[in-house]
Design a protein around this ligand. Structure first.
Ligand SMILES: Cc1cc2nc3c(=O)[nH]c(=O)nc-3n(C[C@H](O)[C@H](O)[C@H](O)COP(=O)(O)O)c2cc1C
Length: 264
């Protein structure tokens, strides 16, 4: 075959295509398990971060630290733990309830009937809960985790690990200064109503109810409002409200009657 013929050029081009596609598909297949492992590691790292068991940027053995965390599925209607649903199945279309607009301040449209939650017990005693939350920001869905202390009221942390808010504006929701404010805030008032909110501007330290309020982000009022709405939604009746109520009752039982909070 002559080197300057059309068929030679076509044969070389076809050969290059075949070799390249083989390289790309081999790479995709061999890298997939590594990608999955990294995604799983990232999920665990975020849970530890929300729980306050790891500092941002701190190098720790994530797998070892995560051994303290227990993963459970909660039936969102009854507020009880269930083993009937595999954690992988949570969020499947047959297990969601459409939300009417007036019940959907977080803009999620469908509330999962089951949710995966994370618990940490020390000496057989529940010491914190980590709950996945999500809701609409200005540009798209914001995915986060909120950690609550054993009293089911004190916030230990709120992090957002996935969102499309603008860096420097709404994107400040994952900055340390904003994240740090959440620690120690009280989600509920004495009557058990959800009170936590993000305000416009800053919260004066002597403001009444300062324990329920978090500073806004300047130039990001929409994002901040989205965070406020989603946190309130997930802690309320259509979110984890029934589960938190059940846990409060359980943990107020006299010692000895319950082991951790962990049985149904
Ligand atoms: C390019 C661009 C990106 C923006 N990104 C955000 C954002 O991520 N979150 C947000 O709430 N507002 C964002 N805004 C600003 C909003 O349009 C709006 O002006 C702002 O939320 C008002 O907040 P303020 O009352 O604190 O100034 C963005 C505006 C522009 C022009």
């Amino acid at each position: 075959m002559r080197k300057d013929s059309v068929s030679y050029t076509m044969a070389v081009a076809a050969g290059v295509c075949i070799v390249c596609s083989l390289v790309v598909s081999t790479a995709a297949i061999t890298l997939r398990p590594i990608q999955q492992r990294n995604a799983e590691l990232d999920r665990k790292r975020n849970i530890l971060l929300a729980a306050g068991l790891k500092e941002p940027g701190e190098r720790v053995d994530v797998e070892a630290l995560f051994e303290q965390i227990e993963t459970r599925v909660v039936d969102m209607r009854s507020g009880r733990f269930t083993d009937a649903i595999d954690p992988e199945m949570v969020g499947e279309p047959q297990y969601v309830t459409p939300l009417p607009d007036q019940q959907d301040p977080a803009g999620i449209r469908r509330r999962p009937d089951y949710q995966v939650v994370y618990l940490r017990e020390t000496n057989g005693r529940l010491d914190r809960l980590i709950l996945p939350v999500r809701g609409r920001g200005l540009w798209g869905m914001m995915h986060g985790l909120i950690a609550l202390d054993r009293d089911m009221n004190t916030i230990l942390g709120l992090i957002f690990y996935e969102h499309s808010e603008t860096p420097g504006l709404g994107g400040e929701i994952d900055s340390d200064w904003w994240r740090d404010q959440w620690e120690g805030k009280q989600a509920f008032d004495q009557q058990g109503r959800v009170r936590i909110e993000v305000v416009r501007g800053t919260v004066p330290p002597d403001a009444p109810d300062a324990e329920h309020k978090v500073d806004g982000i300047s130039g990001a009022t929409f994002t901040a409002r989205g965070v406020s709405s989603l946190v309130r939604f997930w802690l309320d009746d259509w979110g984890y409200g029934p589960f938190l109520e059940h846990m409060r009752e359980k943990l107020s039982e006299p010692l000895g009657e319950h082991h951790g909070a962990n049985e149904p």
